[in-house]
Design a binder for this molecule. Structure first.
Ligand SMILES: [Zn+2]
Length: 330
C-alpha cells in the first residue's frame, strides 16, 4: 500500500530519495503565493527495485483536461514496484489554480494565463509564470537523456480532438528517442508537433529532454474510451522502456507521422460545421460556413490542405481568430 502523502519542497525532489520497490504519494511545494499559501502539486512516484529509465508524466497543465489524470491513476494501481526497473513518476494536476476552478487556464482571479503558453516562465513573474518556471526546473533536474517526458492533454471545452501522440525532435544523446517512444505508445494518430513558443513540451525538447505529448477528445469531460486509450498508451510506454518487464511489448507504429495545420475562425458568428472528426478532406474543400443569426453566410471555411479532420469545433458560436479546425496533413 502507498504511504500517506507527505510534503516536500521542489528543491528536495529526487527520484533516488524515494524507496525502492514502493509507490509513494507526495505533494511538492513549488512556491508560496500571498493569499493562497504554498502552491503544491500532487505527485506519485513508483520506483522499482532495479535500476532503469524514468517515465515522467505530466497531467493537468490545463485544469479541466481529466483523461490523463485518470489514466495515470489506473496504471499506478496496476504496477508491481517489486518487479519494476527504473521509475514511473506522475504530476497529477500540474496547474492547481486551474484544476480548482475547473478551467483550462488559470482563473482571472489569479492571473488568467494559459500555463501551456508561458513556459519557460519566470521565477519572479505572475503566478502562472512562477508555476511554469518551477515545474520546468523540476523536470530539467529529474529527466535525463535515457528517460522520457510525457505531457498529457485533451481538447478544449469547445473543440474536440482526435486521440493522437506527438513528438518533437531533440538534439543530443536523446536524439531519435521521442519519435520511437511516440511510435510505441500506440495511439490512433501519429503527429509531428510543429514548434511553437509556450508549451512545457516545447521547452523540454529545446533542452534536449526526450519529450512526447498526447491529445484526446476533451471538451472538459472524461470519456471512458479516451481514458482507456491513455491507459493503454502508458502501459505500452512502460513496457517499451523496460520499466515494467512483464507487460506485453507494444508493436511499433511504422506509419508516416503527420504534421498539422490550424484553421482559425475568419469572422465572428455561428459556425456551421460541414464535416466531422477524422473525416478525410480535400485541398480547397469547404468544411464550414460562418452565419449571421438569420443564417446568412458571413464567411466560408475551406481546408488549405488535403488530409483529415484531427480537431473540430463543437460549440458553434465563435469569435474571429478562435481555433475551429486542426487538419492532419496527408
Ligand atoms: Zn491541454
Amino acid at each position: 500500500m502507498p504511504s500517506m502523502p507527505h510534503r516536500i519542497d521542489a528543491s528536495e525532489f529526487e527520484i533516488e530519495r524515494f524507496p525502492k520497490g514502493a509507490i509513494e504519494h507526495c505533494f511538492i511545494r513549488l512556491f508560496a503565493l500571498p493569499g493562497w499559501g504554498a502552491v503544491e502539486v500532487p505527485v506519485v512516484v513508483a520506483r522499482g527495485r532495479n535500476p532503469g529509465p524514468l517515465l515522467f508524466t505530466v497531467a493537468g497543465i490545463h485544469g479541466n483536461e481529466y483523461e490523463g489524470m485518470e489514466a495515470a491513476r489506473h496504471v499506478i494501481a496496476e504496477l508491481d514496484p517489486a518487479t519494476m526497473r527504473g521509475a514511473f513518476a506522475v504530476v497529477l494536476t500540474a496547474n492547481p489554480f486551474a484544476y480548482a476552478s475547473r478551467t483550462r487556464e488559470t482563473p482571472a482571479s489569479v492571473d488568467g494565463l494559459n500555463l501551456a503558453r508561458v513556459f519557460p516562465g519566470a521565477p519572479d513573474g505572475a503566478p502562472t509564470h512562477q508555476l511554469a518556471a518551477t515545474l520546468l526546473a523540476l523536470v530539467e533536474r529529474t529527466v535525463g537523456p535515457e528517460d522520457l517526458l510525457l505531457d498529457l492533454h485533451s481538447g478544449t471545452a469547445e473543440v474536440a480532438f482526435a486521440t493522437m501522440v506527438g513528438y518533437r525532435s531533440v538534439e543530443g544523446a536523446g536524439r531519435g528517442r521521442p519519435e520511437e517512444a511516440a511510435r510505441h505508445m500506440g495511439l490512433p494518430l501519429l503527429w509531428e508537433i510543429p514548434d511553437a513558443p509556450g508549451p512545457l513540451n516545447a521547452e523540454t525538447a529545446r533542452r534536449s529532454i526526450p519529450t512526447i505529448g498526447a491529445e484526446t477528445t476533451g471538451r472538459a469531460g472524461c470519456r471512458m474510451d479516451d481514458v482507456a486509450s491513455y491507459r493503454q498508451g502508458l502501459r505500452n510506454l512502460l513496457a517499451w522502456m523496460g520499466i515494467c518487464p512483464g507487460w506485453p511489448m507494444p508493436v511499433r507504429d511504422d506509419r508516416k507521422a503527420q504534421t498539422t495545420v490550424d484553421l482559425l475562425a475568419p469572422t465572428t458568428g455561428f459556425l456551421r460545421v460541414e464535416t466531422e472528426l477524422l473525416a478525410p478532406v480535400a485541398e480547397g474543400e469547404r468544411i464550414g460556413v460562418v452565419l449571421d443569426p438569420f443564417g446568412n453566410p458571413l464567411a466560408e471555411v475551406h481546408s488549405p490542405v488535403g488530409g483529415a479532420i484531427w480537431a473540430a469545433r463543437e460549440t458553434p458560436y465563435v469569435d474571429a481568430g478562435d481555433l475551429i479546425f486542426m487538419i492532419g496533413v496527408a
